[in-house]
Design a protein around this ligand. Structure first.
Ligand SMILES: [Zn+2]
Length: 93
């Protein structure tokens, strides 16, 4: 009787382990597919959004403030966002 009980426990343990492994593997597959889709969307967005915004950025003759990163006019002396002096002090052009 005891041997049969131990055998049933082992079989149940194997089944439970198999189910857990299967769910982990399926989760990993789903996760990698999701990651792949996200990367695909990112690639599409970088193709569509970045060139346009970069063109607009150049068209407006703007550059990034070295202090805060916000777009400022190339002719601006001070950054309108953080007040950093952009030109006039150490400009050697
Ligand atoms: Zn700034």
């Amino acid at each position: 009787m005891e041997a049969i009980g131990v055998g049933i426990v082992w079989i149940l343990g194997i089944i439970v382990t198999y189910m857990i492994l299967q769910s982990i593997i399926l989760g990993a597959i789903n996760h990698s597919k999701l990651a792949h889709d996200v990367n695909e969307i990112k690639a599409l967005l970088s193709q569509i959004v970045i060139p346009e915004s970069k063109a607009a950025f150049d068209e407006a003759t703007r550059e990034k403030c070295p202090g805060c990163g916000s777009p400022v006019l190339k002719t601006a002396i001070y950054c309108s966002a953080c007040g950093l002096r952009l030109h006039g002090v150490d400009e050697d052009v």
